[in-house]
Design a protein around this ligand. Sequence first.
Ligand SMILES: [Cu+2]
Length: 532
Amino acid sequence: MSRKRVHRRTVLQAMAGTGFLLTLSPGFLLTGCDGGVRATELGTLGLDSEEYDVELKLYATPDSVSILPGTPSEVWRYRAELLKGPESTVSENPDSYLGPTIRLRRGQTVKIHIHNELPEDTTVHWHGLHVPSDVDGQPRLPIRPGEMMTVGFEVLDRAGLFWYHSHAHGEQGGRVGFQSYAGLAGLLIVEDDEELGLRLPAGSDELLLVLQDRTFEGANELVYLDGGMGAMMDRMRGFLGDRMLVNGTPPTTRNVATRPYRLRVLNGSNARIYKLAWSDERPITVIGADGGLLQQPENKPYVVLAPAQRLDIWVDLSDSRPGSTLELVSDSYEAGMMSGGMMNDGMMGGMGMMGNATLPAGSRFTLMTLEVTDSTNTIEPLPAELARARKKIPVTDATPVRQFELSHAMMRGFAINGRRFAGTTVEDGEKVRLGDTEIWEFRNNTPMPHPMHVHGLQFNVIGRETRGNGRGWSGLTQGLVDSGWHDTVLVMPGEAVQLAMTFERFDGLYIYHCHNMEHEDNGMMRYFQVQS
Ligand SMILES: [Cu+2]
C-alpha cells in the first residue's frame, strides 16, 4: 500500500475531531462561525444537517466518449446519481465528456458524495460559489484514489451560471490543467425567485455553451503538453488546442425560431481567450456575468471571455427571416507573440518558436450556427431592469488596498508578489479579517494576460489602469464586461485592475490564482486566510 493511501486513512480517522487534524490541514477546524457549519463525522465537510433538500453522488471516473468521427476518445469525466431532490437537479450530457449540468435553487441545502475512481488524487471545486472553506475543493483536502468525500453546503448565491471542476495539486505540481483537460468539468446553475420572475428565455430557448479547445492525435487521442520545447512553451503561455469543441463536440448548427434566446456561455478552456461576436455584426446584448444578472442589459460590439469566466447573452431573432442563419464567432484579435498569437507579419506564432498550436490565440472561428427554421409570435421583451436585490460593495477612500504583483520568470514559472504556490503557507500580506471590505489590486508585470480568480466570493471590478507595456491587446478593450459581479477578472499585460470584495460569513483558508490553468499549475496560485 502506498504512503498516500495511509496518509488518507489518517485524515479520515482524524475527522472524528482529534487535534492533529490541524497540522494535516491548517484551517480545517476554523470554519465554525456560521452556526451549524463545521467539519463533523467521517468524511462530511461543511454544512452538517439532519436533512438536505438535495443529495447526490458525483463520480470522477475514466470513460471513453465519441468526440470526433471514428474511435472514441479516452477521457476522465464526472457522472452523477441523484439520491434526493427535484428531477431537474441533474441533467446528464450523454454525448459529451462534460459532467452533468447541476441545477440548484438558492436556499437549498445540498449534500454531495464525491467518489474518486481515478488513478490519482482529485478534488471538486464549486467555482464561484460562496461555500465554507472545507467544501471549496481545495488541494489541501485531496480525495485519494478509491475514496469518497462528502460535502454539504447551503446555496447562498444569487442566481447565476457557475461550474465545477478539478482543483487537484499532485506531489510533482499542479494537476488542474491536466484533469480539467481530460474532461473533469461541468456546469452548475443556481436559480432564484428574482431571476425566475423576469421570465427570461428558458427550456429549449436557453442555450448552454461550454467553450473548450483540444488537440487530438492518432486514433482520436487527446493530447496535452506532449513533451519537448512545445510543451515548455505551452506551460508558459497556457495550453492552446488545435480545434474547438463546444459542449464537448465540434461546433454545430442549432435550429431556432423567431424569438429571443438566452445564451449562457462558460469559457472552460485551459488558456484560450474568446472575443465573442455575431457574424452579422449586430451588438452583443450582455445580461449577466460570473455572479448573475447585471443591473441593466448592456450592448457591446463584442465581448471578451477569459478562462473560467461566464457571460449571459440575450439575442432577439424575432426579425429574422426563416431560412436565415446567424453565427456566434470568436473574432480575430492580436494576441502578442508571447501568448501564441499571430505575429504582426501575419505569420502564425504557433509555427515559430511559440509551440505548435495550429489554432493560434486570436484566430477567428465559428462556435455555433443558429438556423431559423420556425416562426413564432410570442415575444417576451427583455426587461430594462434585471437585478435590484444586490447592491454594489461600498468603497471609500478609507477602504484598504492590497496589492498583488503578477510576475513571470522564464523557466521558473509564475509568481504573485514574488511568491510561488507553497501549499497552505500564508504570509502576512495574505491574511484578511472576516467581515472586512478591501480593494485588491492585481498588477500585471508580464507580457501575458492573466484571468485572476478569487475563491469563495463575488467581487466588483472598480477600476482599470494601463501602465504602458500593454502592446498588442488593444483589440479586446471594448469587450471587457466589468459591471456586475465576478469571481474571475482578466488583467491585461501592463494593466492594474482594482476589485472590491467583502469577506463574508466563512473564515478559514481560500485560494486566489490565475485561471490560465498552466499558469496556475506553474506557481501562480496562493492561499489566503480569512481570520475571525
Ligand atoms: Cu496567468
